[in-house]
Every structure is written in structure tokens, then in C-alpha cells.
Design a protein around this ligand. Structure first.
Ligand code: PLP
Length: 406
């Protein structure tokens, strides 16, 4: 009945070795989840990032249930909109005004529209993943259904390469409305890169937008703006903001954000209060930084540990790990990269942990959770030594690409 089987490609059977991985998860507590057969796993995808405090967190759940008793969404504005906006403004440097959406894609699409309105231009330069809407996904290999005229307006630039960005801004002189990037991902920013992006965008009359859907409220209480000490024109937040509730936000300086007085960004559920109540509880839990410091310490063990195992087994040509400790990214290369990814996933699952490439650390993961994952990586990498073919070791069909290389 459900095309693809589910609503999110990255949770679908195409992304997990069938016959090895669980298919349906039923419940979670802390950093652990249980499938419908009652099997327990340590979760590292963490619902693709949002669950920063852990599943069934009592502070978040308490805030949601207290609000639930008073109603979910209303016919006029609600004070929680202001209370959450005040927290974001006080935590994120340079953010003077905020609007809310339900998904990261909402926030990014709103940023593009505001940038187009502000600059009177149409083109957008991107680096990273920015959601499912036409303006972005048209620039990827999953562009079916996106008109060529829309696709022509978005172009990818090379992360950590200011010369490439400059070249593209110059080639589209007077046409680029926004330069949008994930401030860090598998790669972290070289010294001066993020400030260089902001400066180059400004020189060319474009707005700079940080896609902080992953980095926001994760790398620091003030996200990438705080961690890297760089202030773009706008930042988009999602995921961690709601600990799993559907809420996103766009923030920036008033001179840009005032566009939303008039630019149409408006939906029935934009001010839905259960998500706002959750966000308020999340921000109160994160604002003093101690939770994120602990996440960083544990994430450092994970990142350094995976690195050490890659080096020990000499498998760096096939597997690499990068990113910030809060979310290390394990990436695979070579003709058999999907086989190798599937093998590593199979080993992690055999070791009791879910794996999709992103090692999202939450406040609920323990030293033992990390140690168990590292032991499973050790097993996986042992079999990959000397370029060995692991296809025959897979107990199910390999996972598929989300986006193919163009
Ligand atoms: C960096 C980044 N931007 C935007 C999005 C889109 O967010 P959503 O899936 O909530 O629409 C994602 C989702 O994975 C993301 O990782």
C-alpha cells in the first residue's frame, strides 16, 4: 500500500541489509531501540539525527504531555512561539528574529524564497544535502519530476574550495540570490573557509545561509555559528531542536528576516504547540553547554576509535571517517563501496548496533555503547584487510545509494 514502504528513503528497506537488519522499530528509550520482535539495538542513526537527548526523555515528554492536556494547535498565536524564539535568539549568535516550520526542507525553502525576494535574483549555489523540495533536489541525481527550468537555477559548489565558489559566483555575476551550505559534514571546514563563504557571498551581492539542520543545537548551544565563530545572513535549524518532534526554524538578522513580514511562509501547523513545548524543553536542557560537552567527549572516543581501527587494519582506501565528534560520518569508496557499507552494517547489527554511516551521539549514549560499536567496527575492518571481497559474507541484498555520483 505504501510506495517505497515508508516515508523516508533513509529508513526504507533500500538502506538496510534485508534479512540482517530489523525492518520495523517499535519503541526506544535513551539510546536504545527495540524492533517489533523485541530485539534491542544501540541506535546510532538516532532517527537521522533529531534525538539528541535520547528517546522518551522525561523533560521533553513531560513538556509535551502538559501541553497536550491544553490542546495541540489553535486559532490564534500562542505564547510558546515567543518563548522558543527568545531562546533561539539568546543562544544563536547574530540571530535576531526567527520563524518556525515543520521540517528542515521547510526552513531551507523559506530561506531560498526570502533570499530571492531580498536580492531580486533567482540562482542558488549549494554544498550539502538540503531536503526534498524542487529547488534543491533538482540539483541531485534524484531529480525526476522537477522541471528543467527549476533545475537550471541551482548549482553545486565544492566544499572547502573558495576558488570554486568564487568562480561560480563570477560566472553567474548578478544572478545568485543565496550561497547555502552545511557548515560541516563528512568534511570539517578548513581555517577561514566559512568566513570566506560569507565574505564572498556578500561581495557578490548574495546572501549566505548555513544549513544547520544537523549542526544546530548539536555542535554547540549556538550551533555552527558559535562553534566556528562565523555569522551568515541566515541559518536553518531542525532535527535536534525538537528531539524528534516535527519542528524547524529559520533565523537571522532582522534586515533579512523582515522579508517574512511579506514573503509567504505560512502553514496550518507552523505554530503547533506540542513541538514548540518540546523545543523549549530541549533548548533549556542544552543551553548551558554541559550536555553537548559530554556528547563531544563520547563522540571523540567514537571518532578516534574508528580512525584507529581503520589505520590498524590498513583499510583507509575503502573506508574513511570524518566530521565532528558530535556526529562522525563513516564513508566508503571504491567500486564495491555499497557492498563494504553493507558488510559494516551487518557487523554492527551482529554486534547489537544500528548503522547507516552517521554516528549521531546523544546525551543517552554510554561509554559501553561506544565500546560495543568500536568492537564491531574492528571485526568488520579485519575482514576488509588486503582488499578482500566481502560480497560472499553478506547474508542479504546490499544497501542502495541514496544519491548516485553524477
Ligand atoms: C543538512 C540537512 N538539511 C536539510 C535536511 C532536510 O530536513 P527534513 O528531512 O527535516 O526536511 C536534512 C535532512 O536530513 C539535512 O540533513
Amino acid at each position: 500500500m505504501i510506495p517505497l514502504g515508508t516515508q523516508t528513503l533513509s529508513k526504507s528497506p533500500t538502506q538496510f541489509v534485508q534479512g540482517v537488519a530489523p525492518i520495523y522499530l517499535e519503541r526506544g528509550r535513551g539510546a536504545h531501540v527495540w524492533d517489533v520482535d523485541g530485539n534491542e539495538y544501540i541506535d546510532f542513526p538516532m532517527a537521522l539525527g533529531p534525538v539528541i537527548l535520547g528517546y522518551a526523555d522525561s523533560r521533553v515528554d513531560g513538556a509535551i504531555t502538559r501541553q497536550l492536556a491544553n490542546g495541540i494547535t489553535f486559532s490564534l498565536m500562542h505564547p510558546l512561539e515567543v518563548e522558543v524564539a527568545e531562546r533561539i535568539v539568546s543562544m544563536c549568535p547574530g540571530v535576531e528574529a526567527v520563524r518556525f516550520g515543520k521540517s528542515g526542507s521547510d526552513a531551507l525553502s523559506a530561506a531560498v524564497r526570502a533570499a530571492r525576494a531580498f536580492t531580486g535574483r533567482d540562482h542558488v549555489l549549494v554544498a550539502g544535502y538540503h531536503g526534498w523540495h524542487d529547488w534543491y533536489v533538482g540539483s541531485t541525481t534524484r531529480h525526476r519530476g522537477v522541471p528543467p527550468s527549476v533545475r537550471a537555477l541551482t548549482e553545486t559548489f565544492v566544499y572547502n574550495d573558495l576558488a570554486d565558489l568564487d568562480k561560480r559566483l563570477t560566472a553567474h555575476a548578478g544572478e545568485v540570490a543565496a550561497v547555502i551550505l552545511e557548515p560541516s559534514g563528512l568534511e570539517t571546514p578548513n581555517d577561514g573557509f566559512l568566513q570566506g563563504v560569507v565574505d564572498l557571498a556578500c561581495e557578490h551581492g548574495a546572501l549566505s545561509v548555513f544549513d544547520e539542520v544537523i549542526t544546530g543545537f548539536r555542535l554547540a548551544p549556538g550551533g555552527a555559528r558559535e562553534r566556528y565563530n562565523v555569522i551568515p545572513d541566515m541559518s536553518c535549524y531542525g532535527k535536534a531542536l525538537g528531539n524528534g518532534m516535527p519542528i524547524s526554524a529559520i533565523g537571522g538578522a532582522w534586515k533579512v528576516m523582515r522579508e517574512f513580514e511579506d514573503v509567504f511562509f505560512s502553514g496550518t501547523h507552523g505554530g503547533e504547540t506540542l513541538s514548540l513545548a518540546a523545543a523549549k524543553a530541549v533548548l533549556d536542557a542544552l543551553r548551558d553547554g554541559s550536555v553537548l560537552t559530554r556528547i563531544e567527549v563520547l563522540g571523540r572516543q567514537m571518532l578516534d576509535g574508528i580512525h584507529a581501527h581503520i589505520d590498524d587494519h590498513g583499510v583507509g582506501a575503502r573506508v574513511r571517517v570524518g566530521g565532528e565528534p558530535h556526529r562522525a560520518v563513516v564513508a566508503f569508496s571504491g567500486d564495491d563501496s555499497l557492498i563494504v557499507k553493507s558488510w559494516v552494517q551487518q557487523c554492527l547489527i551482529d554486534g547489537g548496533a544500528l548503522f547507516n554511516g552517521s554516528m549521531f551521539i546523544s546525551a543517552s549514549h554510554s561509554d559501553e555503547d561506544v565500546a560495543r560499536a568500536l568492537a564491531a567496527f574492528d571485526v568488520a575492518f579485519t575482514a576488509l584487510e588486503d582488499g578482500r571481497d566481502v560480497r560472499g559474507l553478506l547474508r542479504g541484498e546490499p544497501v542502495q545509494d541514496v544519491f548516485r555520483s553524477p
